[in-house]
Design a protein around this ligand. Structure first.
Ligand SMILES: *[C@@H]1O[C@H](CO)[C@@H](O)[C@H](O)[C@H]1NC(C)=O
Ligand SMILES: *[C@@H]1O[C@H](CO)[C@@H](O)[C@H](O)[C@H]1NC(C)=O
Ligand SMILES: *[C@@H]1O[C@H](CO)[C@@H](O)[C@H](O)[C@H]1NC(C)=O
Ligand SMILES: *[C@@H]1O[C@H](CO)[C@@H](O)[C@H](O)[C@H]1NC(C)=O
Ligand SMILES: *[C@@H]1O[C@H](CO)[C@@H](O)[C@H](O)[C@H]1NC(C)=O
Length: 811
């Protein structure tokens, strides 16, 4: 607990001490933030920078990059496989020596860390060679961690490939996450290239046909070190070496394991500010394994480059990703001997082609017939045979169980006979032909990041937060003053700023008005009407059923709208309604939410479809949702209109709090009543603060929630009580509701007695007495006139869950 409080404070503190730099050093106890685009380290020669780079929509990676090129050239990444959000993410150097990258959600474990520790003073420094080094700064300078020890796909001059450090290609030109190609030292001390996908794996360099010795490699030197110098000389401990075409010029160079499986050395051209290839490992691109996926062939010519095509009888799996290969058009069972006779099969002759690997065995045969018979006898296990004259008097026959690493080239001396069901072989009117497709189609898909939902086991975290909350409350007073005094240039209503903030903070979709018009069939099916506007049911392009809320134009300006969006977009909790997107076009302002099956709590109470268990779950879930709004989120949000109409129930009767239309983003430092000049909320549920013009805090939601609890227990709406008991107007409604319950509680001789009196008759006596008692007690605390006497929402959650634990058998 103590540690968490300190951690939180630390985060708050580093917010202001983060370095505003043109420096190459990050001092201890400070951090680099994703939000400040100039929050970077710059090496003293200006060649390299270290900072956050965007890698997708609201996705950032902490990277070291070369700055002299037209586009930044990424040479290292901390979190290539796990980008972070564009807001609140930061790289922090802790006093204890640990360098940690955290995402927006501070509770979760770090995205990445060096796991280093040192009692001595230290610093993070970006060196002139692009190495990011964490070292002590006292007399003994010792390196705790350096980026050169953990290469991603790029090797800089002076940086080693060794036993631990390997190069792994990125997924594609635009997707930096780990791909399938690896440049590494193998167990026999030889430097190799490996293709390793989840399904297939094979070494393709040096050529798998030759022994290491024949490829000029030594397998006896256990040093396992390879490096490139800036003159263009590469040297490896297995005796492999090369020089680049521009050797021995001293240039900026890098060796990159490219996403197409070919390692290349690039030299920097100072005039054009671009990188030029000065060496590559593989001259024939189709020799790279896995590039075209299964059941396909790779062919190359200098004009068109590399192309992939499916073998006859097979079709492409994914238009945009050749590496997924092709799948049979016939049923795989068609190759089985059970369902077909030998006469049902035929072989398609493919000249000058090879398939590498996945041979069932090698057989010496005297004729093609013999080879084909072997394949037929193997039934569905054999998909094709490779057939090759072996230079003596016989042929080599390789039955293939899997068709991978296919290559089509005139240089290949050997033929493939592809086994196919006869109808597939004959039926197709289109003769076998190349269908060239572009291998290099970008695999880029915009990253659609949402803030993760909290873990299911949230009870513990709520307890943690409750305790933490108390600690934070004490500090918050100090912090408010502090923020007030020191934060000066915050421009709250600047639309641009809101928009920028919005775009970086949220991952959801922007829809066009016509899209939503189509989705809702011209706004034909109305499902609700609230203060903010009318809600329609619709079906999106991807078949998701959505609730589309059209906001009243007059009601909301663009700034206000975007502010609301940015608030809602940040929120993600199982008890809050999910927002999928929005539309802002001319006068139109629309919000797109998930469609909730069972309607609102109000409707369900009305139709009497909720038994006690469901009501209790709704009470707890709603409290959790509100507690999250008040305390767990990145930004402090008040709902201000809690009522049964705004609590929706999903298929499992889990509550989802909806309609933050009236909520107002409240930063912790601006919690004064002036932001709430207008009265919000709904009569019957409004806290006294609204009427008496007192300071508006999260306790207004607690009050409304208390009324909702009373309503759920009694089955009577505050209005109903009013008509039964009193006719005075306005705010008095809920007072009556409260005093009605209080009277019953006080005047009853026993607990059972008042429970009987107030509990909804529709429950027909089926409820848990302890839970009802507890719920009413909590509700009465929530509706205290003095807001300071009301519990916080997280305390409410805890109190409700305690009663759940103690719960007896229902009577
Ligand atoms: C860095 O950003 C801050 C605002 O975040 C700005 O005030 C400052 O001028 C910027 N510095 C440079 C060198 O661009
Ligand atoms: C330097 O390192 C040595 C051995 O690790 C240690 O004994 C010594 O105290 C260190 N000196 C300083 C100034 O940290
Ligand atoms: C092993 O390789 C290293 C680095 O290339 C070299 O310095 C060393 O002499 C080699 N050892 C042997 C026994 O060849
Ligand atoms: C393949 O796609 C890339 C990127 O989309 C494009 O630059 C290239 O011209 C295409 N090649 C062919 C042969 O269509
Ligand atoms: C990159 O590829 C990985 C793995 O295929 C995928 O999960 C991720 O979403 C991709 N990222 C981007 C930015 O396209």
């Amino acid at each position: 607990m103590q540690i968490q409080v300190f951690f939180l404070l630390f985060l708050l503190f580093t917010k202001t001490t983060s370095s505003q730099s043109t420096t190459n050093i990050l001092p201890q106890g400070s951090s680099l933030s994703v939000e400040k685009s100039n929050n970077t380290l710059i090496s003293s020669n200006g060649d390299f920078s270290a900072g956050f780079l965007p890698v997708g929509d609201n996705a950032f990676c902490f990277a070291v990059y070369f700055t002299k090129s037209k586009q930044p050239t990424i040479v290292w990444m901390a979190n290539r496989d796990q980008p972070v959000n564009g807001k609140h993410s930061k790289l922090s150097l802790f006093k204890n020596g640990n360098l940690i990258l955290t995402d927006a959600d501070r509770k979760r474990t770090p995205i990445w860390s060096t796991s280093s520790f040192s009692p001595f003073p230290l610093q993070l420094k970006l060196q002139n060679n692009g190495n990011l080094v964490l070292s002590t700064t006292n007399g003994n300078i010792s390196i705790l961690w350096q980026s050169f020890d953990f290469p991603t796909d790029t090797l800089l001059p002076g940086q080693e490939i060794n036993e631990r450090a390997t190069l792994v290609s990125s997924k594609s030109e635009t997707n930096y996450s780990s791909g399938f190609y690896k440049f590494y030292f193998d167990n026999d001390n030889a430097l190799r290239l490996l293709f390793k996908s989840p399904l297939l794996s094979s070494v393709y360099w040096p050529s798998p046909w030759v022994l290491p010795v024949d490829a000029g490699r030594s397998t006896y030197n256990v040093t396992k070190i390879a490096l490139l110098d800036s003159f263009g000389h590469f040297m490896s401990s297995d005796a492999y070496q090369f020089v680049t075409i521009d050797y021995p010029k001293k240039l900026h160079r890098l060796l990159k394991m490219d996403h197409d499986g070919n390692p290349r050395v690039y030299s920097f051209n100072d005039k054009t500010k671009t990188w030029e290839v000065s060496w590559q490992a593989i001259a024939e691109p189709c020799e790279v394994h896995g590039i075209c996926g299964e059941n396909s062939m790779c062919s190359y010519d200098p004009v068109n480059g590399r192309t992939c095509y499916c073998l006859k009888g097979y079709k492409l799996k994914n238009r945009n990703d050749w590496t997924q290969g092709c799948e049979p058009e016939f049923k795989p069972a068609d190759l089985s001997c059970d369902s077909a006779r030998v006469e049902d099969f035929g072989f398609l002759h493919l000249q000058n082609m090879e398939l590498y690997g996945y041979d069932l065995y090698v057989a010496k045969v005297t004729s093609l017939k013999q080879c084909q018979k072997l394949c037929l006898d193997l039934c569905e296990k054999c998909k094709a045979v490779q057939f090759k004259f072996n230079g003596v008097a016989t042929y080599d026959c390789f039955p293939k169980t899997l068709l991978a690493n296919g290559r089509d080239s005139h240089n290949i001396d050997g033929d493939i006979y592809l086994k196919l069901p006869k109808n597939t072989l004959l039926s197709s009117t289109i003769p076998f032909k190349h269908s060239p497709l572009n291998c290099s189609i970008a695999l880029f898909q915009p990253l659609n990041r949402f803030y993760e939902k909290p873990s299911k086991n949230s009870i513990l975290s709520f307890l943690t937060w409750l305790a933490l909350g108390i600690g934070v409350f004490e500090f918050s007073i100090i912090l408010f003053v502090w923020f007030f005094l020191f934060r000066t240039n915050k421009n709250h209503d600047d639309v641009d700023q809101v928009q920028r903030h919005l775009l970086s903070a949220t991952g959801f979709q922007r829809f066009s008005y016509s899209e939503l018009k189509t989705a809702t069939r011209g706004f034909s099916k109305e499902i609700g009407r609230g203060g903010g506007g009318i809600v329609y049911k619709g079906t999106l392009d991807d078949d998701r059923v959505a609730a589309v809320k059209c906001l009243n134009e007059a009601h909301q300006g663009e700034a206000e709208f975007l502010a609301e969006i940015s608030t809602i977009g940040m929120l993600n909790h199982m008890n809050l309604i999910d927002m999928w997107g929005y539309c802002v076009e001319g006068k139109h302002r629309l919000l797109v939410y998930e469609y909730i099956e069972h309607g609102s709590l109000a409707e369900n109470l009305c139709s009497n479809s909720l038994d006690w268990n469901k009501r209790f779950n709704v009470a707890v879930g709603t409290a959790k949702g509100l507690a999250y709004l008040h305390e767990e989120c990145l930004e402090w949000v008040l709902h201000c209109d809690v009522k049964p109409q705004n609590i929706l129930l999903d298929t499992n009767f889990q509550p989802k709090v909806a309609d933050f239309g009236l909520s107002k983003l409240l930063n912790r430092d601006e919690r004064d009543s002036s932001a709430f000049s207008r009265i919000r909320g709904t009569r019957g549920y409004m806290a006294p603060e609204w009427v008496y013009n007192l300071r508006i805090t999260s306790k207004v939601d607690v009050y409304s929630y208390g009324i909702v609890l009373l309503e759920m227990v009694s089955g009577k709406s505050p209005m109903e009580i009013h008509s039964v008991v009193d006719n005075s107007g306005g705010l008095e409604h809920h007072h009556r509701m409260v005093s009605w319950v209080m009277e019953k509680v006080k005047s009853a001789p026993t607990t059972m007695f008042w429970i009987e009196e107030i509990v909804d008759g529709n429950l027909e006596g089926k409820y848990d007495v302890n839970q009802v008692e507890n719920l009413v007690k909590v509700a009465l605390m929530c509706v205290k006139d003095d807001m300071n006497e009301r519990p916080s929402m997280s305390q409410v959650v805890e109190m409700l869950l305690q009663s759940h634990e103690k719960r007896g058998t229902p009577r």
